[in-house]
Design a protein around this ligand. Structure first.
Ligand code: G3H
Ligand code: ZN
Length: 282
């Protein structure tokens, strides 16, 4: 069934656990997240990024309808979330399509412009019962941008600034830069757990880790222990998908029916989802 992101995040925070959010690009991604959550006996968030909406011709309606239908039909508790929204109209579209939560990404703007853009979206969303996440600091590696130095000062989120940002914007959750980078295909990132703990103390709302595909399980568990509540995973699913397709096509170059290799791709993503959920199970 469909549940709200706010409910899953609040429950996780109260239990000092984390909820995993997986990025959906195709129907098979949504099916794999639902199947993985069922296998692990866990709840999860299905999130569609603005980037993925762009892939579907800029129209949220079809991919949102498919993802919603998968969530409704599943026995697992699944929430629907719009991720990395930079176009304000898409927040409105999310509401129309029955998505109860969004991540507003104004992290490329100056601090003042980020606060203004985010506060506007929060005001609009809260009037309609939406849950809004936003980012302060910069988690690099988005949209194929050159990687940022995740250790450079000014890239990571400052606790005092984070506290002011949450107060000034009214966001429900805060994505922070603590050492992870988007689009990593190896799990080699190390996180700043002292900074996570300081942010957890300074900020009254749940913290969100982006770029979690590149973070090893032990680092993820330590991050959750230090106060991280929502863990976003995207690239790991695509790595599993593509390597399964590559292996199958190499072994059977004559196949033309996409169901032959998409079955493998979906199963590989399901196993990845199950592995992340099991690694962070209470
Ligand atoms: O918002 C999505 C996540 O931050 C996913 O990052 O693709 O590096 O796992 P990732
Ligand atoms: Zn992200």
């Amino acid at each position: 069934p469909v549940v709200s992101t706010g409910e899953l995040v609040t429950q996780a925070r109260e239990a000092r656990r984390a909820v995993l959010a997986f990025n959906v690009i195709t129907l098979e991604h949504a099916e794999a997240v639902a199947a993985g959550a069922e296998r692990a006996g866990a709840a999860a968030i299905l999130q569609i990024s603005e980037n993925a909406v762009r892939f579907h011709g800029g129209d949220l309606s079809a991919v949102a309808a498919a993802t919603s239908a998968v969530a409704r039909a599943s026995t697992a508790r699944l929430a629907l979330h719009l991720d990395h929204v930079v176009t304000p109209e898409l927040v409105h579209e999310a509401h129309v399509r029955g998505f109860g939560s969004v991540m507003v990404d104004a992290s490329r703007l100056s601090y003042g412009d980020n606060v203004k853009a985010t506060a506007d979206a929060v005001r609009w969303g809260h009037e309609r019962g939406m849950w809004v996440e936003a980012e302060l600091g910069r988690v690099g590696g988005k949209d194929g941008e050159p990687p940022l130095d995740a250790h450079a000062p000014g890239v990571r989120t400052d606790p005092a600034e984070a506290a002011a940002y949450v107060a000034d914007t009214g966001v429900d959750a805060l994505a922070v830069a603590v050492g992870s980078t988007h689009a990593m295909t190896e799990r080699t990132a190390t996180l700043d757990h002292t900074l996570i703990a300081a942010l957890h103390t300074a900020v009254p709302v749940p913290l969100v880790l982006h770029g979690s595909s590149g973070v090893p399980d032990t680092e993820l568990r330590a991050a959750v222990a230090a106060g991280m509540t929502k863990i976003n995973v995207g690239t790991a699913l695509n790595t599993a998908y593509t390597s399964a397709v590559r292996t199958f096509l190499a072994s059977d170059p004559s196949t033309v029916d996409p169901r032959t290799y998409l079955t493998r791709a979906r199963e590989a993503m399901t196993q990845t989802v199950t592995a992340f959920l099991t690694a962070l199970a209470p």
